[in-house]
Design a protein around this ligand. Structure first.
Ligand SMILES: [Zn+2]
Length: 180
């Protein structure tokens, strides 16, 4: 009698775990694959990614909206126009600089980071051209202007801890680590 009660109890726990749906303050672990409009894979996770769900700006809002209410084992597919993904291309972020400002081993494709001396805000840009002493730099996200498809497979869902909710990010394995 005792054994069967325990078994039922375990089954109940397992069923509950498997039916947990993604909602406000869920910690979600997933595998994802991102495709361009032609169906070519442009990004894929190596280790599963984990994020805190519920408007903490940890994941693209269109993806977050598609994941809402889903549970473990489900796969979601989100197709996004550029403005829902990494934004439209902003031509004002493309400009030319003197080649003398860059290190001598400069090559097209290199990434640089600048920091605004007033706000301290970091900005990244890519070298997209080098010609006649001028370097073309582009501060747009590499995926700006692209229509994307995002496929995600939900691996686990759990409730966030109070500390994670207060910090706005996930702690622990694959999560945020603090130096303490
Ligand atoms: Zn934290």
């Amino acid at each position: 009698m005792h054994t069967s009660v325990k078994l039922v109890f375990h089954l109940f726990i397992i069923l509950k775990l498997f039916s947990m749906q993604i909602s406000q303050d869920s910690v979600v672990t997933l595998n994802y694959t991102m495709f361009d409009a032609q169906g070519n894979i442009i990004d894929k996770n190596h280790d599963p990614i984990v994020y805190l769900h519920g408007g903490y700006d940890n994941i693209l809002p269109a993806v977050e909206a598609a994941l809402e209410g889903q549970s473990i084992g489900q796969t979601v597919t989100v197709t996004m126009e550029a403005d829902e993904a990494f934004g439209e291309i902003d031509p004002s972020l493309v400009h030319e600089e003197d080649v003398g400002l860059f290190p001598p081993d400069l090559e097209v494709g290199m990434m640089f980071e600048t920091r605004d001396p007033e706000t301290g805000e970091a900005a990244q840009f890519r070298v997209t051209g080098i010609d006649a002493g001028l370097v073309t730099v582009d501060g747009n996200h590499p995926l700006a202007g692209m229509k994307l498809r995002f496929d995600a497979e939900i691996l686990s869902v759990r409730a966030a801890t109070e500390e994670e909710i207060a910090h706005g990010h996930v702690h622990g394995e694959h999560g945020h680590h603090h130096d303490e």
